[in-house]
Design a protein around this ligand. Structure first.
Ligand code: ZN
Length: 433
């Protein structure tokens, strides 16, 4: 019998043992309210890192709280990354990481957030004291229909709530507290709270080597049981159109206006392949910017699909549209350049299926029905997975993020904590190096 095995058997593990109790729930709610009261909005298009200093205010508080929970190595670096280790009690099992982000989206104000707890939600519309015109109902947000009897938390309607991702932080902190008390078998648990996720820079200075884990989980969005192990494959297409400019008074039979060429080119792209016409697993071609004038136009498009063949098809569509436009404007020059942006995280996660499987098992153990949902966008986990830290995303139990009607369910945040606790134990039992 290995050391690991004997240690696991010494520890009394019962299903009840790992359930979240009312004190933990109370502590989780207090944490969540404490974190949402701090403005941590990030900012687009700035040179500094983190984009806003105020994110570090929450970072400092978390360092102190982690220390209070016994994680003596808790610290924040100059970029604003908070890291800490909950020491394991079983040798030779892999360390795993729990990750959430500190910042809130630039889209909606995060200043002076007043979180409101709507206890024991009875169904129907939730009203906002600070914004009488606003309502939140199951008709607009179907996930709310599943939350009857739960405590729903919103802002007062004048700001976002910041559940994205302070619910993730609160769930992780509570899991750390529970793991510290329960003495379940576990390897080292590494914690990271990261700045600037919402402005697409969450992993820019993240030191994966120092973090030192091969398996991690972001806790960043989704309703109970949701797991995301897939993102889009993403390319950028740049079409450069060369026209011929001349004084408009002398333009007859000479001028080729690149702007008009662009108009005809765009008309040849399939309408049904736009973001506004697609959902679920469908990909799209999305023109995002245009620069230029009569003699030259450069249009940038983002290409997205869950399968690489989909991206190949999109390239063929662009080539066909270019060929057809050239027929209309034989003297115009049209060039296509494709650049790789990021790849579906599934391609990396498949290298070790346990990272997803154990999460699904932990959710089932906690009485949830796991659902695997693809993310129609990027995530920090995709970038981390590319860098060798395999990182699917787990739910925290909320919806409508980046908006005035953002909400979370307290009971589902608790379930997120419970899933993390079980996950730590499952890795210790079945994740031998
Ligand atoms: Zn988020």
């Amino acid at each position: 019998m290995s050391n690991t095995q004997s240690k696991i058997e010494q520890i009394n593990v019962t299903p009840e043992h790992q359930k979240i109790n009312p004190e933990h729930q109370k502590a989780l709610l207090e944490r969540f309210l404490r974190y949402t009261a701090i403005d941590t909005q990030s900012e687009n298009d700035v040179d500094r890192y983190p984009s806003t200093e105020k994110q570090k205010v929450l970072g400092e508080i978390l360092v102190q709280e982690l220390k209070d929970l016994g994680l003596s190595d808790a610290s924040m670096d100059s970029y604003g990354y908070v890291t800490a280790t909950l020491k394991g009690n079983v040798p030779s099992v892999p360390a795993i990481g729990f990750i959430a982000h500190l910042d809130t989206a630039p889209d909606v104000s995060g200043e002076n957030v007043k979180a409101i707890v709507h206890e024991n939600y009875r169904g129907g519309e939730i009203r906002f004291s600070g914004a009488p015109e606003l309502g939140l109902s199951p008709e607009d947000c179907s996930a709310l229909a599943d939350c009857v009897g739960e405590d729903i938390i919103t802002s007062d309607g004048t700001t976002l709530l910041g559940g994205d991702d302070k619910a993730g932080i609160a769930a992780i902190m509570t899991a750390v507290e529970m793991l510290g008390e329960l003495d379940l078998p576990r390897g080292d648990i590494r914690i990271a709270f990261t700045p600037d996720e919402e402005v697409g820079r969450g992993t820019e200075f993240f030191d994966t080597e120092r973090f030192g884990v091969r398996y991690a989980y972001t806790v960043d969005g989704g309703m109970k049981g949701e797991l995301s192990a897939e993102t889009f494959n993403a390319n950028t297409a740049i079409v450069t159109i060369g026209g011929i400019n001349i004084h408009p008074g002398k333009a007859k039979d000479v001028m080729v206006n690149a702007i008009q060429v662009l108009g005809d080119f765009l008309k040849k792209l399939p309408r049904e392949l736009t973001p506004q016409e697609t959902e679920d697993r469908e990909g799209f071609i999305h023109p995002v910017s245009v620069e230029g004038g009569v003699d030259k136009v450069v249009v940038k498009m983002i290409l997205r699909d869950f399968d690489l063949e989909g991206l190949t098809k999109q390239k063929a569509i662009l080539e066909e549209a270019i060929a057809a436009t050239k027929v209309l404007y034989p003297r115009a020059k049209l060039d296509l350049e494709i650049k790789e942006s990021y790849r579906n995280m599934r391609l990396h996660l498949e290298k070790d299926p346990r990272v997803v499987q154990f999460a699904l098992d932990a959710m089932e153990e906690a009485g949830l029905t796991p659902v695997s949902l693809p993310i129609r966008g990027g995530t920090d986990g995709a970038e981390l997975s590319r860098k060798g830290v395999l990182t699917p995303n787990l739910f925290y139990g909320g919806s409508n993020f980046h908006s005035f009607t953002e909400w979370v369910s307290l009971q589902q945040m608790c379930q997120a904590s419970e899933v993390l606790v079980r996950l730590a134990r499952i890795w210790a039992e079945r994740g031998k190096k």
